[in-house]
Design a protein around this ligand. Structure first.
Ligand SMILES: Cc1cc2nc3c(=O)[nH]c(=O)nc-3n(C[C@H](O)[C@H](O)[C@H](O)COP(=O)(O)O)c2cc1C
Length: 190
């Protein structure tokens, strides 16, 4: 791969939401490639803090009920919205796989470094998804991720930092937009 091809892949990666997913399975073989890419993220002190939990099959129904319960319990009754609940349910139904992005703190480096490394792992997996025509996006609803141990047990030091919804895609991705990078760089040469 040359530098232009690499940049093209990086620019092609998009947040693809479940409403856009096509029918079809994200296979174990594809997931293996996605997680292999994730696993090559850099870390300080070789901590490799990323952990992934794949929710599939009937477990998706249990997850759907879990996020609905947390939403209902953590929202004042007058603010509860059926539209929101239906959207949350649909997200689970339309995703073929749902991956919990977890961070296992080794306490060898500051937590922000573990989080930075985990985010780099997610970028790697997201790029592999792009190469495999798998849509995905990182969702970070605080009320849900901070209660994830009610859905699945967490090890000591492990916490959920996001939910990565995944599904096959069969239509071209929208083009992204960014402000010019020149505005975000300073050179110091004196
Ligand atoms: C750490 C992180 C958390 C995110 N959480 C959410 C979220 O909770 N809901 C959402 O719709 N998008 C979420 N996103 C996706 C962003 O909205 C998306 O990446 C951004 O709009 C840029 O679009 P792109 O990914 O297509 O380039 C998150 C992205 C990151 C990196």
């Amino acid at each position: 791969m040359n530098s232009e091809e690499l940049l093209a892949l990086v620019k092609k990666r998009r947040s693809v939401f479940p409403a856009q997913y096509a029918k079809g399975e994200v296979t174990r073989e594809e997931l293996a490639q996605v997680f292999e890419a994730a696993n090559w993220a850099p870390t300080h002190k070789k901590t490799e803090p990323w952990r992934f939990v794949v929710i599939e099959g009937p477990a998706k129904d249990r997850f759907r009920e879990f996020i609905k319960r947390v939403y209902v319990q953590s929202t004042p009754p007058e603010q509860l919205s059926d539209r929101k609940i239906n959207a949350m349910m649909e997200k689970c139904d339309k995703s073929d796989k749902i991956v919990l992005i977890n961070l296992l703190d080794t306490y060898k480096v500051p937590e922000w470094e573990e989080l930075a490394a985990t985010a780099m792992a997610v970028q790697n997996m997201w790029l592999m998804c792009t190469a495999l025509n798998i849509g995905g996006y990182w969702s970070s609803p605080l009320n849900i991720i901070s209660n994830m141990d009610e859905f699945t047990p967490m090890e000591e030091g492990e916490k959920c930092v996001g939910i990565f919804y995944m599904g096959k895609i069969d239509t071209p991705l929208m083009e992204g937009a960014r402000k010019p990078v020149q505005e975000k760089i300073r050179y110091i040469d004196l």
